[in-house]
Design a protein around this ligand. Structure first.
Ligand code: ZN
Ligand code: ZN
Length: 406
């Protein structure tokens, strides 16, 4: 009988030697009895999500872990973000991530509009009323963030960002990245959208109220990260798997949704440090009753990495470790635990450092590794592999592949 597959992605788990930790990584420094147990009963290795030395985003990293070639399917973050909030996307649509921002005297003075929380629903409604000349959808996601999808024929995804964070003015006219008609059309529409967003938002009662309260008004929308919706074969036809995903972040939900996976919402799965890993693990175990393959993403490690906080990262690692206890009871399942990229506290961003990987399940050829971390796992039987091979390895272990040849 074929086994089930669980892929547990600890987002940003990998790190480097940290001086404050006497040259250890946060994962090496943390007390992780459960992860160490899984390494001890499992087969271990190091994993380069895309390729050695390549710094993955969470989107391209997850694409690779699901067996897609990110260089082929990835043209920008926008479409994945849009799919993650459940916008239905056509294959010729172009999607962007957006911020509500504050414009004053022609300059963006706050590109998050004071991390606006109230009134965004009303503002988004007003934005959807804009006359653009083509169909589009705009959805608010959380705080100052949203997504814009331009629909219609003959659009391209190769345009520059309107949001130019860091520059003097803070926003710019989008321009086509080549001289294709499609990209020029998108740039024109995007510029029209931005100008109209200023018109409808400036006079909106929500913003008049904010100004009376001394809060920065959300009076412009800044699109960025545009891309055309990728054509991706879904996991059912690519791998023959009924699959589901659990993640608190829309970007990862979007990657999984475009891979044809069902998205399971878990109460308390926030994608932050306050997430509820007990609830996530319970939901994952339940999902394995229904699905052949379940991917779980837990994000907090990445946040501590970006903020450069080794002790916070250690604390979060220990919190998640203690929630993994119920995985010991799993039967007829192969479990892989790894990450989508390293987020070293020393560089406060993603890096190309390989990730620890352990796989366990009933017939695994376990090795001598007894600890789950970046150094110990390197001595294991899996050696060093690439992300695109992981799902094949798991499918083979679970007896879910066809023979190649006679
Ligand atoms: Zn990530
Ligand atoms: Zn990150």
């Amino acid at each position: 009988m074929a086994d089930r597959i669980l892929m547990l992605i600890l987002d940003g788990i990998g790190d480097r030697a940290v001086e404050e930790l006497e040259g250890r990584t946060p994962l090496q420094s943390a007390e992780t009895p459960n992860l160490d147990h899984f390494a001890e009963i499992g087969e271990n290795g190091l994993l380069d999500t895309i390729a050695p030395g390549i710094r993955p985003g969470s989107d391209t990293g997850h694409l690779a872990l699901l067996g897609y070639d990110p260089y082929e399917v990835y043209s920008g973050r926008g479409p994945f973000e849009a799919a993650g909030v459940g916008i239905s996307l056509g294959s010729e649509d172009v999607a962007f991530r957006c911020n509500f921002a504050t414009l004053k005297d022609g300059k963006v003075v706050d590109r998050r509009a004071g991390r606006i929380k109230e009134g965004t629903k009303e503002l988004a409604e007003a934005v959807r009323e804009i006359e653009l000349g083509v169909d589009f959808d705009f959805q608010h996601t959380i705080e100052h963030r949203g997504v814009l999808v331009l629909k219609g024929e003959g659009l391209g995804g190769g345009v520059s960002d309107v949001d130019t964070h860091g520059s003097e003015k803070g926003y710019a006219k989008a321009i086509s990245l080549d001289d294709s008609k499609e990209n020029r059309k998108t740039a024109e529409l995007l510029n029209r959208f931005t100008e109209k967003s200023i018109e409808v938002l400036s006079e909106h009662p929500v913003n008049e109220q904010r100004e009376r309260e001394g809060k920065p008004p959300a009076n412009i929308i800044l699109p960025r990260g545009g891309g055309t919706v990728p054509e991706m074969e879904d996991l059912k036809s690519k791998d023959g798997l009924d699959a589901a995903a659990i993640s608190g972040i829309t970007l990862v939900q979007g990657v999984c949704a475009l891979a044809g996976m069902d998205i399971i919402e878990v109460q308390g799965a926030t994608g932050g440090l306050d997430t509820d890993p007990d609830a996530i693990v319970e939901a994952a175990i339940n999902a394995l009753d229904e699905y052949e393959f379940v991917l779980v993403n837990i994000k907090g490690f990445d946040i501590s990495g970006h903020d450069g906080l080794p002790f916070q990262k250690i604390e979060f690692i220990e919190k998640v470790d203690s929630s993994l206890e119920p995985l010991k009871e799993l039967e007829d399942t192969y479990v892989a635990i790894t990450g989508d990229h390293s987020t070293p506290v020393t560089i406060k961003d993603h890096s190309g450092d390989p990730l620890p990987l352990t796989i366990f399940g009933r017939e695994i050829r376990n090795d001598d590794v007894k600890e789950f971390d970046e150094r110990a796992c390197g001595k294991g039987g899996l050696n060093r592999i690439r992300g695109k091979d992981l799902l094949n390895i798991l499918k083979d272990l679970a007896d879910r592949t066809e023979k190649f040849g006679a």
